[in-house]
Design a protein around this ligand. Structure first.
Ligand SMILES: Cc1cc2nc3c(=O)[nH]c(=O)nc-3n(C[C@H](O)[C@H](O)[C@H](O)COP(=O)(O)OP(=O)(O)OC[C@H]3O[C@@H](n4cnc5c(N)ncnc54)[C@H](O)[C@@H]3O)c2cc1C
Length: 445
């Protein structure tokens, strides 16, 4: 046996699995990461954005959402109260390693009043406590995790795992892309969204049961920060859910960035849009996503392919991301550079192409987005203004879900699957918590 435990992927899930095992006194742990060490990762290199020490969240602004309702499906495995405790402990580990102390969205009379107003506008406000690490602090936190593992866990970056090999329904070893092979008693796979395709292939060859989930498609909305100031001051990031009037589709706000910036993202050859904010640096705008969830049954059950198709259409028409004023969209005309220049909201993403999003989105999605903006207008006047900017498209793909036990063990003995790559989580805190669950189970054995 070369190692007792091999962990695949050094995103939050893999890192927290390693930290927990080491803290519980387990020796003989190897952490393998296909991407580069943190010091070598560069934001402008597309291959470094999602891969390397720290995983997909390394260049994010690190909003740690303390909620059992968002960021994953751990609530399907653990009761509400112990899950909340687990997430709280996970959050405290981030805080002990340099995440800022300030917590947003604590319950308060203002928050309750906002929730009431939201309900009257046909929106549900999900209560979420958020610790905002900030883009500039994320690297320091990840560096501290790495230093704390030094001497306790072997870490190999730029080490891609090619195959998981089992015998008699029990994991035996991992095969590396460089031809090497490592025998081990336990394997924890935490390959993230970027490793979802690889994970699907491994699941197929090991005979693991998986199921397709949904895809979330929508726009990034940008507006003048004062429009949402009352909400962002009260809740920082408000997670609002709406069931659209015409289609009864679930539409939600996601990733709200007060005084933040809109950015592009390259994902599997397509350019999509996202947003982030710094803890200490401010723009004059707030941005957030409006996403419409779509799931399919038969004969088509490939939500990832559907999301790619819509994003590729935007790229085809706009040679990248398209920007449009809400006023132009509602008037049935494209935005032009001149119209964007006259817009009171100054775009923080300058290289988006002024165009017409109605050529991109299916009627169902476009109408659901418009109806969501109308509902938001009732709690934050100014959202449904012609000066609101829409960037398209924003897509959230989720990995196929792998069947696991409450300990995160797959149907192959001693093989654990955690984090976003296993389709179990969708955010930093639940991904990290899933690593703790797998590590505790292994330490127990
Ligand atoms: C731009 C951006 C902003 C975000 N902002 C937030 C936020 O504010 N709050 C929040 O909660 N979430 C946020 N997220 C989501 C969050 O980053 C993820 O939910 C989280 O990183 C998932 O953790 P993970 O460990 O499961 O996977 P990942 O972080 O994706 O890590 C997986 C790692 O595994 C490696 N890997 C994959 N396959 C292999 C292989 N075969 N061999 C070796 N290594 C492999 C990958 O290189 C990667 O480094 C953001 C994501 C992005 C992209």
């Amino acid at each position: 046996m070369d190692y007792k435990v091999v962990i695949v992927g050094a995103g939050p899930a893999g890192i927290f699995a390693a930290l927990t095992l080491a803290d519980l006194g387990i020796k003989g742990i190897l952490l393998l990461e296909q991407g580069k060490d943190l010091s070598k990762r560069k934001r402008q290199n597309p291959e470094d954005r999602l891969c390397g020490w720290g995983g997909a969240g390394a260049f994010s602004d690190g909003k740690l959402t303390l909620s059992t309702e968002v960021g994953g499906v751990l609530k399907e495995f653990i009761e509400e109260k112990p899950l909340y405790e687990l997430l709280k402990n996970t959050d405290e580990i981030y805080a002990a390693n340099g995440a800022p102390d300030r917590i947003f969205g604590k319950s308060s009379p203002q928050l309750e009043e906002l929730a009431d107003r939201a309900r009257m506008a046909g929106l549900e406000l999900l209560p979420t406590r958020i610790r905002h690490i900030g883009t500039e602090n994320c690297r320091a936190v990840l560096e501290r995790f790495k230093n704390s593992l030094a001497g306790r866990v072997d870490i190999h970056t730029e080490s891609e795992v090619q195959e998981l090999i089992a015998d008699h329904s029990r994991i035996q070893r991992v095969k590396l892309a460089n031809g090497g092979s490592i025998t081990t008693k336990f394997v924890i796979v935490a390959p993230g969204r970027s490793g979802a395709r690889w994970m699907k292939k491994q699941a197929e060859s090991l005979g693991l049961r998986t199921r397709a989930t949904s895809v979330d498609i929508g726009v990034r909305v940008e507006l003048s920060a004062p429009v949402l100031r009352e909400i962002t001051d009260t809740a920082y990031e408000s997670k609002l859910v709406h069931y659209s009037k015409t289609f009864d589709d679930k539409v939600r706000t996601f990733c709200m960035n007060p005084y933040g910036e809109v950015v592009t993202e390259v994902n599997g050859g397509i350019v999509t849009v996202n947003g982030h904010s710094y803890a200490d640096k401010r723009s004059e705008n707030t941005n957030f996503a409006i996403l419409v969830s779509s799931a399919f049954t038969e004969p088509f059950d490939d939500p990832i392919a559907y999301g790619h198709y819509i994003a590729r259409l935007a790229n085809l028409l706009g040679r990248g991301v398209i920007i449009q004023r809400l006023g132009d969209l509602l008037a049935g005309r494209r935005s032009t550079r001149e119209r964007i220049d006259r817009c009171l909201t100054r775009p923080t993403l300058r290289d988006a192409t002024p165009g017409d999003l109605s050529f991109v989105f299916p009627y169902r999605h476009l109408l659901s987005i418009i109806e969501m903006l109308q509902a938001l207008e009732k709690i934050a006047p100014g959202v449904y203004s012609r000066h609101t900017l829409l960037y398209g498209v924003e897509v959230k793909f989720y990995s196929n879900r792998i069947d696991v036990s409450p300990e995160m063990e797959t149907e192959i003995g001693n093989l654990f699957a955690i984090g976003d790559g296993a389709g179990i989580t969708r955010g930093l805190l639940q991904a990290s918590a899933s690593g703790i669950l797998a590590a505790r189970a292994i330490a127990e054995r």
